[in-house]
Design a protein around this ligand. Structure first.
Ligand SMILES: Nc1ncnc2c1ncn2[C@@H]1O[C@H](COP(=O)(O)OP(=O)(O)OP(=O)(O)O)[C@@H](O)[C@H]1O
Length: 756
């Protein structure tokens, strides 16, 4: 356009000069010019000056035009309307009129050069949330005026590709001529005014000055601007001038369109923000189970369980899992991961049962591994609920604490296409050649729930052995609310190299449920039992349907806490690995069904357990790591509900707060415990059997001695353990067996007593 405008002026100027020189040649003027130059040199010099001046002028006006367009757009985007008002009231000419006036000049051929990658559309970053104003005014993507205009001109020709040439809807001559469709078909309708077809253009070209073909409307130019394309697009194409009156109307329309588009985006952004807020509260999506390609009988079972819509993790992972791909899935606690792997598991079984020929041994098609017995029972129960209307598909559990023979009999007599197991007990069966290995040869799907824990050092060896015993040709799925980097690295022990990684939490996003209020309290070890009692009393008073889990650092410390709270007449239960399995199952079931109950538990309940409507989780002492903190906390605030979590630690455990510093923990106000209650607690503690206290001391010492991150000398740990021992009313620290002390690396450590 610039060149064309210049050339018009040049033409006029040349004509003048020509007239002038002709008149000179006819004897009417001087033959030499100032400086002794001849008339041709003089003419060329003036032509060049005129060209330069023209160029400068155009450049200047181009900049004004760009600035005006930008300020116009900003005035529309600015949340504060005063800016917009100011912009519309100042000066003799309104911004819109100014833009229109400038556009009349520049929205001709080549005007698209005004918007290019460098000086192009206004970009408002949605990520820049430092100032509230910007936040309000931010939009998802920049308003691409060119795209809008292009869309308006020819909605069918839009191309969302990032390629600049394509985005502009340009077609090279070679493309047009090479039959990639006719040029009419390819060139956007509106563009035809810029880029003409041969047929329409030829007649116009005839009317042009033949001698000035360099600068006529049929000028040949590079596609795109120099600024935008630089050396990248050297295809050439002809162009023609648009009709001026058309342009004016068109531009007014375009401005309207831009306004409309900006408003639309603002609305959309508002909606998105509202959705995000809702989104954080609800775990459900708009997708429905009856539309996601699973068996109708499963959909029926889902409906009767009250599941209509998929949760986010189910939506994100289901299609991938149904395609048969391996997947590593991360989603927050309480968001429906169990169903996310159970649904594809059921589909796998249905498919296998339809396709498999008769086999000598009843095949197990799906194996689900999980770390605890309670979790295995819970998963099996959920699977059974989903299989409510499917006949002939059986789910069984293989967990410790049940007699081996009983397991064997059950496996032989009852159908079992889906097996849910803890690694240790499953290995027992595999290694004892109970016939399970043969049945596992038909395995189609292996699932690791709480995958990061199963790949922890405690379980990894067992899991590796199990993986070695199942067919390599299988689908493997791994689920957890936490997937540390190390686990991603070792995930290939189980998953195929080309597995999908699905993270519904998102990098840098909050890993804990948004509606759980988290706080921490640092208090001397000696006061922990009193503080727990105080917090519980307050909570019970304020929450009629209270349901609390207290996590303690080890089984026997759990038992001590339980006995103390029971002595203090609280409605409390205990759950830890030192209890027989039948007891554990009964307590777990009772707590699931109950309200107004306090469960004191070791980490056996920290992962996966779905106790509905837990109102408060108290963690006494540091968890083994950040992941454990997240899982323990995740027993409350499930399904997007509200909840509360309190971490109670001793001053020397404060270092742990660093590991969870990205989580929204607030300081819990230090409770004011009345002396009478203190006395009562001391009295209750005095009633507890010293065996329990001694076992608690040993468990406490064992736990803290095993956490490397503490970074303390063994002697310091021994000293702290002795303080704990005193706080629970032991006269002196209990002695350790020599063997135990050796194993723990505590032999000859000052403060550690060895049993004689
Ligand atoms: N699509 C759904 N619609 C409604 N409720 C659902 C849906 N999917 C799962 N739930 C419910 O959500 C709750 C949490 O599910 P689940 O125990 O599978 O969570 P999770 O993500 O495995 O948690 P964790 O990380 O603690 O193991 C359960 O009560 C379950 O019944």
């Amino acid at each position: 356009m610039w060149r064309s405008a210049i050339s018009e002026r040049q033409r006029a100027f040349s004509k003048l000069l020509f007239a002038f020189t002709v008149s000179c040649n006819m004897g009417g003027g001087p033959r030499t010019f100032p400086g002794g130059v001849n008339k041709w040199k003089w003419k060329r010099m003036h032509e060049k000056r005129a060209r330069d001046k023209e160029k400068r002028l155009l450049e200047h006006e181009k900049q004004i035009y760009q600035a005006r367009i930008r300020s116009h757009i900003r005035s529309h985007l600015a949340p504060d309307n005063s800016t917009a008002t100011a912009a519309t009231t100042h000066g003799p000419i309104s911004p819109t009129d100014h833009i229109r006036a400038l556009a009349n000049r520049f929205m001709k051929e080549g005007a698209e050069d005004l918007w290019n990658n460098d000086d192009g559309p206004l970009t408002v970053s949605s990520s820049s949330c430092s100032s509230p104003t910007r936040q309000q005014g931010s939009i998802e993507a920049p308003v691409d005026l060119r795209k809008l205009i292009q869309e308006k001109r020819n909605p069918n020709s839009m191309n969302s590709s990032g390629n600049f040439g394509q985005r502009r809807g340009y077609h090279s001559v070679s493309e047009v001529n090479s039959g990639v469709g006719s040029s009419k078909k390819l060139a956007p309708a509106g563009r035809r005014r810029f880029w003409r077809n041969d047929s329409t253009s030829s007649s116009e070209s005839e009317s042009e000055d033949e001698n000035d073909s360099r600068v006529n409307n049929w000028d040949v130019r590079k596609m795109g601007s120099n600024a935008s394309l630089r050396k990248h697009d050297l295809k050439r194409e002809r162009r023609v001038m648009p009709k001026p009156y058309d342009e004016e109307a068109d531009f007014a329309e375009q401005v309207e369109l831009i306004k409309y588009e900006i408003n639309k985006r603002k609305l959309k952004q508002k909606e998105m923000e509202e959705y995000r807020v809702e989104d954080q509260e609800s775990i459900l999506t708009q997708s429905r189970f009856d539309e996601c390609g699973i068996s109708p009988l499963t959909v029926k079972a889902l409906s009767s369980a009250g599941y209509i819509h998929l949760t986010r993790v189910q939506e994100a992972s289901l299609s991938v899992c149904l395609e048969g791909k391996d997947a590593l899935v991360k989603a927050k606690t309480g968001t429906g991961k169990s169903a996310a792997f159970l649904l594809p598991a059921i589909e796998t079984v249905l498919k296998a049962m339809n396709s498999k020929s008769r086999q000598n041994v009843p095949p197990i098609f799906v194996l689900i591994l999980c770390p605890t017995r309670e979790l295995a029972s819970q998963i099996a129960a959920e699977a059974k609920a989903l299989l409510k209307y499917q006949d002939g598909i059986g789910v069984q559990t293989l967990v410790g604490g049940v007699r081996f023979k009983v397991d064997q009999k059950r496996l032989e007599s009852d159908p079992c296409q889906i097996l849910v197991a803890t690694p240790g007990r499953l290995l027992d069966h595999i290694e004892n050649k109970s016939g399970l290995s043969v049945r596992l040869m038909s395995l189609q799907m292996l699932v690791l729930d709480e995958a990061d824990h199963l790949l922890d050092l405690g379980f990894r060896k067992d899991v590796e052995k199990i993986v070695d015993c199942v067919p390599r040709q299988r689908q493997s799925l791994m689920f957890s609310a936490t997937i540390p980097k190390e686990v991603r690295r070792v995930s290939q022990l189980v998953l195929k190299r080309e597995h999908a990684y699905i993270d519904t939490v998102g990098m840098g996003c909050l890993e804990t449920p948004v509606k759980v209020k988290q706080s921490f309290l640092i208090a001397p070890q000696e006061s922990h039992f009193q503080i727990v009692h105080h917090i519980l009393k307050e909570h019970v008073m304020q929450t009629p349907d209270y349901k609390v889990i207290i996590f303690c650092v080890a089984g026997m410390v759990t038992s001590l806490m339980y006995q103390l709270l029971r002595e203090m007449k609280m409605n409390v239960r205990e759950l830890h690995s030192r209890k027989p399995q039948l007891y554990r199952t009964r307590i777990s079931d009772e707590f699931r069904e109950s309200k107004q109950l306090i469960l004191v538990s070791s980490d056996v309940s920290s992962r996966g357990m779905n106790y509905p409507d837990v109102t408060l989780v108290i963690q006494v002492g540091i968890p083994s790591d950040r992941e454990q903190y997240i899982h323990r906390l995740g027993r409350t605030g499930r399904e997007g509900k509200e909840g509360e979590g309190i971490l109670l630690i001793a001053p020397w455990e404060e270092y742990f707060l660093d590991e969870i510093k990205d989580l929204p923990l607030e300081r819990f106000p230090f409770p004011d415990i009345d002396p009478q209650t203190k006395l009562k607690i001391e009295h209750s503690m005095g009633k507890i059997d010293s065996d329990v206290k001694e076992a608690a001391y040993h468990a406490w010492l064992g736990y803290y001695n095993s956490i490397r991150e503490i970074g303390r000398e063994k002697s310091t740990i021994a000293e702290l353990a002795n303080r704990f021992s005193a706080s629970i009313g032991l006269q002196r620290p209990p002695a350790l067996f020599r063997k135990t002390a050796l194993k723990m690396g505590l032999k000859d450590i000052p403060g550690i007593r060895i049993r004689r």
